[in-house]
Write a protein that binds this ligand. Structure first.
Ligand SMILES: Nc1ncnc2c1ncn2[C@@H]1O[C@H](COP(=O)(O)OP(=O)(O)OP(=O)(O)O)[C@@H](O)[C@H]1O
Ligand SMILES: O=C(O)[C@H](O)COP(=O)(O)O
Length: 413
């Protein structure tokens, strides 16, 4: 595993006075009934936005929400009001990314004003992932960049994506790191550099299963044991021969994609079998609407959608956590947003909070469970607001958007 070097980012302290700044945040949030749910990302990014506005800069914000085709792919209008509450200032919103309406709103912005543009992923050129030079050549970047003096990237948690708003603008404008970018980078790469005396444990769950398979593969000997749950855990249970795994709306992990993925899952299971701990029981919604549990060994037909690991699994995982010197959490072990299916996620988090091991909880969705169930953030060493970027940092993989910030700095652009 390579160890990332410490970059000397230019930060918002280095911005020239009265700048027109284009700022990339990561406000990607859980969405319920079409509405974004408040979470740490708003609170943490608010600090950057407030500092920029208080300094008298004109602040235009870009962010994304969800992925096209999924239920959480929504407008950012709701995000603007949540952010405004955290910043303590008005945050205007324009339902446009770089068309006439957006340009007029940018032009009208006064010193200290804050404007949020529409979901970047509604702009065709934002996706797919392409080399930075190609992204810098898009209409999106070429239209917006000349309207600004500087680009600030605060979206650490999206820095693994080669999207136009993340890798195109740093080639077109002087680029700076926001406060979230600075603190997340420092904490998450410290993890990669730190040596631990005892076992290193990683709790792996959540829904972004294909993302985590490769990471588990890459982590190699760095992690002594993986404790699995969530949809990611079901993929491994399926690879181990158990008939589980129902697809969530908009995903296809267990049908067509299974053909493409099962080889990798099986080879990770074979190579790291002793380190991988799978759920011994699972929870589902019984006929009476209550939580019901079943031992994995007794599942002989694929009938139920499993929404949490069972209580026996939590009992298996707790002692493994207690004897760990470091625990990293990526993804929830169940649908903790529903109290009936929170036991796995909360049980594991409580066990971590009770130990004095070095602990990091990553994942924008998962870290929400800490506040929801009355856990104290101070009982964890670091609560990251990053998901995929955090786990990539753990493996020492460079994050393209951060490499560009550093390069921009080295070049003195
Ligand atoms: N068995 C399951 N079925 C359906 N959803 C599940 C299951 N287990 C966990 N989840 C969901 O996983 C989500 C959290 O995992 P996710 O993959 O989104 O990762 P994250 O790291 O927390 O977030 P992000 O990558 O967005 O920062 C929770 O919202 C939870 O409801
Ligand atoms: O929520 C995240 O982890 C980031 O915003 C990246 O989202 P993505 O995985 O949809 O690119």
């Amino acid at each position: 595993m390579s160890t990332p070097s410490t970059p000397t980012f230019r930060t918002i302290d280095d911005l020239p006075a009265d700048s027109r700044v284009l700022v990339r945040l990561d406000l990607n949030s859980p969405v319920e009934d079409g509405e974004p749910q408040d979470n740490r990302r708003f609170e943490r990014h608010a600090r950057t936005v407030r500092e920029l506005a208080d300094a008298g800069h004109r602040v235009v914000l870009m962010a994304h929400q969800g992925r096209p085709g999924r239920d959480d792919f929504t407008s950012l209008s709701g995000h603007a009001s949540i952010l405004a509450d955290h910043v303590g200032r008005d945050v205007d919103f324009v339902a446009d990314t770089y068309g006439e309406e957006a340009l007029a709103a940018i032009e009208a912005l006064e010193a200290g004003g804050v404007l949020l543009l529409e979901n970047t992923r509604m702009c065709d050129e934002e996706l797919p992932e392409e080399p930075p030079a190609d992204k810098a050549a898009t209409e999106f970047v070429r239209t917006l960049a000349p309207r600004f003096d500087a680009y600030v990237n605060d979206a650490y948690s999206a820095a693994h994506r080669k999207h136009a708003s993340l890798v195109g603008f740093p080639l077109a404008l002087p680029a700076y790191a926001g406060r979230v970018m600075e603190t997340e980078y420092e904490a998450n790469t410290a993890i990669a550099r730190k040596e631990f005396d005892g076992p290193v444990t990683m709790v792996v769950g959540g829904t972004k299963a294909t993302d985590v398979i490769g990471v588990m593969d890459a982590l190699g000997d760095r992690v002594d044991r993986f404790l699995l749950g969530g949809v990611a855990g079901e993929l491994f249970l399926r690879a181990a021969g158990h008939p589980v795994g129902h697809d969530l709306e908009g995903t296809d992990l267990f049908d067509d994609q299974w053909e493409a993925n099962h080889g990798t899952v099986e080879s990770v299971l074979e190579a790291r079998g002793e380190a991988i701990h799978l759920a011994s029981d699972l929870a589902y919604e019984g006929d009476d609407g209550e939580r019901a549990e079943v031992a994995v060994a007794e599942i002989d037909e694929k009938t139920d959608a499993y929404l949490d690991v069972g209580s026996g699994t939590v009992d298996d995982y707790e002692p493994l956590i207690r004897e760990s010197d470091a625990v990293f959490v990526k993804g929830a072990l169940g649908v903790f947003e529903d109290e009936r299916f929170a036991d796995g996620t909360v049980g594991v988090l409580e066990a971590i909070a009770e130990t004095d091991c070095f602990s990091v909880v990553g994942g924008g969705d998962t870290s929400r469970a800490i506040g929801m169930y009355g856990l104290d953030e101070d009982d964890f060493s670091h609560v990251s607001i990053a998901g995929g970027a955090y786990i990539r940092a753990l493996t020492g993989e460079p994050l393209p958007a951060i490499e560009l910030l550093r390069r921009a700095d080295d070049a003195g652009a």
